[in-house]
Design a binder for this molecule. Structure first.
Ligand SMILES: Nc1ncnc2c1ncn2[C@@H]1O[C@H](COP(=O)(O)OP(=O)(O)O)[C@@H](O)[C@H]1O
Ligand SMILES: [Mg+2]
Length: 276
């Protein structure tokens, strides 16, 4: 169980990205976090794994306070949270298998990973996961030879190889076409059910959130303005979340979001737990 209590974030620039966030995410629950660009969705999930330092409040995972962790404790906590990114954050020149195995970097130690010598058990599990996500035929392909949907499948397998207790997913479908987006959301959904994993999925696309999440939380200007079941998401509530004009455009295919925060890179993956 993940709990956030009174969480706030003000960036050094003065931007207040989150205010008074209270949230409890039970084991196994798939939660979609929706809201307009700049609402604070990325900041929220980044506070949970401390890629961003919250300014106020408490964040606990199975009772452990995350906000005060440092050093080995923080690395251990990050390993228990798998991140999946919009831009996949794969290493292009590495193979599918190598990219997935990098999910074990947090466990195998620097020198072993430097020489890419992973324990056989990790390789077997990576293979099983690649089979599960439908990429066992492409183990030796370079990441840059894959389609967007395949790249996201690699990102999903890599996150799962960490054996996380929680998935943090930031706009997983924003670079994909509508059909591939549904396939990827369905896959994440099924994997959470199979493994009893909870997930926070930041997503612009309201229709996808409705179809695949157990619960929807709406953010506007850093505050939770809705928290309920997909069936409770009326057009009035969507107007509260997105404002008068915006929400109906979100039901259709994704528009490019204007993001002020930097897009995730392989470096973020390293920070998010794949670093020893
Ligand atoms: N690194 C940063 N430095 C300063 N302000 C930031 C940074 N990242 C995000 N913000 C600001 O915080 C707010 C929330 O951004 P973000 O969490 O990226 O929202 P979302 O993911 O919902 O689009 C925005 O006002 C954004 O401009
Ligand atoms: Mg974002």
């Amino acid at each position: 169980m993940l709990t956030l209590e009174g969480v706030g974030k003000r960036y050094p620039t003065g931007d207040r990205a989150l205010s008074d966030i209270d949230l409890a995410l039970p084991k196994g629950q798939v939660m979609a976090l929706i809201g307009p660009s700049g609402a604070g969705k990325s900041t929220l999930i980044r506070c949970v794994n401390r890629l961003v330092e919250p300014s106020q409040g408490h964040i606990r995972l199975d009772g452990d306070e995350l906000t005060t962790l440092s050093g080995a404790g923080l690395r251990r906590a990050r390993r228990s949270m798998g991140m999946i990114f919009q831009e996949y954050a794969l290493v292009d020149r590495l193979t599918v298998m190598e990219n997935v195995l990098s999910g074990r970097l947090g466990y195998v130690g620097f020198w072993r990973s430097f020489f890419r010598r992973y324990p056989e058990q990790d390789v077997r599990e990576a293979f099983r996961l690649l089979e599960r996500v439908g990429l066992d035929h492409a183990l030796d392909k370079r990441a840059d030879a894959l389609s967007g949907g395949q790249r996201q499948r690699v990102g999903i397998a890599r996150a799962l190889l960490q054996s996380p207790r929680l998935l943090l997913v930031d706009e997983p479908t924003a670079s994909l076409d509508p059909k591939t987006s549904r396939q990827i959301m369905r896959l994440i959904r099924e994997l959470c059910a199979e493994r009893g994993l909870a997930a926070i999925i930041n997503i612009h696309d309201v229709a996808l959130a409705r179809q695949f999440a157990d619960r929807i939380v709406g953010l506007n200007a850093g505050r939770i303005v809705f928290d309920g079941a997909p069936s409770e998401l009326t057009s009035d509530i969507l107007t509260t979340i997105y404002g008068e004009e915006e929400w109906d455009t979100r039901v259709g295919p994704e528009e490019p979001a204007e993001e002020r925060s930097a897009p995730p890179r392989a470096f973020d993956v390293a920070l998010s737990g794949a670093v020893r």
